[in-house]
Design a protein around this ligand. Structure first.
Ligand code: GUN
Length: 282
């Protein structure tokens, strides 16, 4: 079998086209505040792409690029100011934060109505209860991919490998919300291959290059690769996923890396920003 290529581009384009229409229909343009601390190259690049995409779909965005040595109090006071600013509909604090910042109080400080990352404990609880309005972008974007390619979730066995707060845990909550039977596996799972082979839908977010090999995959399964790993191949940098390319010979569908899930993270952030603006306008 050669797996269908579940490319992110057409999914992201369809979602962004819908987002642009919804943004236009609002009484005021949606406004997104992006906050980052320091100059971590990945964070700089992610925030830049979020800022650029916002402009393309009619969302006003602003980047608050703060120095690495910004204090917790300074960060909290910026968030308080943006919470109080009626024309700001979405606030995103790019993670990871520098080591001297305590992350939990920062996520707690963002007004849950403006929490376009879905990381505030109120929104996390709503998500597990099955009725969140703002869901974390990467796992929500993965549901867009499954829907776009007509992958049924209800009643299926779903295995999520990885238990991060940004991807693994919320992915499991959302698949459960779609009536899948969900297992969360991770680096300490005994006989991981036996668990992953049960999956009709396998979502992998472990941050280990080419970690999932063909014998760990049930023939015909839908495999979603969330990994973005930079490896060295003959002196040159290359981006690879958490899933070995040979899995395409076993799986029914596989998201490419790059060009898969990553495109949906940014598109879904735009969707969340418009959703937040719609809810605040109502
Ligand atoms: N760092 C890696 N992924 C994310 C994300 O989805 N949101 C934020 N704020 N930071 C991240």
């Amino acid at each position: 079998m050669t797996a269908a290529n579940l490319a992110g581009k057409p999914v992201a384009e369809a979602l962004l086209a819908e987002v642009a229409q919804r943004a236009q229909a609002l009484p005021h343009p949606p406004r997104l505040a992006l906050i980052r601390l320091g100059e971590d190259p990945a964070s700089v690049s992610y925030v830049r792409s979020k800022d650029k995409k916002a402009g393309e779909v009619g969302i006003q965005s602003e980047v608050h690029a703060l120095p690495e040595d910004t204090t917790q109090e300074e960060l909290l006071s910026l968030i308080a100011r943006l919470n109080a600013e009626g024309s700001v509909h979405g606030i995103l604090v790019q993670l990871p934060l520098p080591a001297h910042i305590d992350e939990a109080p920062v996520l707690l400080a963002v007004d849950p109505a403006k929490d376009v990352d879905g990381f505030h404990p109120y929104n996390v609880a709503q998500m597990w209860a099955g009725h969140a309005q703002l869901n974390p972008c990467t796992p929500r974007g993965i549901l867009e991919i499954l829907d776009f390619y007509g992958v049924d979730v209800a009643g299926k066995r779903a295995v999520v490998v990885g238990r991060s707060e940004i991807v693994g845990r919320p992915m499991a909550a959302m698949l459960l919300g779609r009536d899948a039977t969900v297992t969360i596996a991770h680096s300490r799972t005994a006989d991981l291959g036996a668990v992953t082979r049960e999956a009709d839908i396998l979502v992998v977010a472990v941050g280990r290059p080419q970690f999932i090999t063909p014998e760990m995959v049930k023939p015909g399964a839908t495999v979603i690769d969330v990994g973005i790993n930079r490896i060295d191949v003959g002196g040159k940098g290359k981006i690879v996923g958490d899933v070995h390319p040979d899995v395409a010979e076993v799986a029914g569908g596989l998201t490419p890396v790059p060009g898969g899930v990553g495109l949906l993270t940014v598109a879904q952030l735009m969707a969340n920003t418009v959703t937040a603006a719609e809810l605040q306008a109502a």
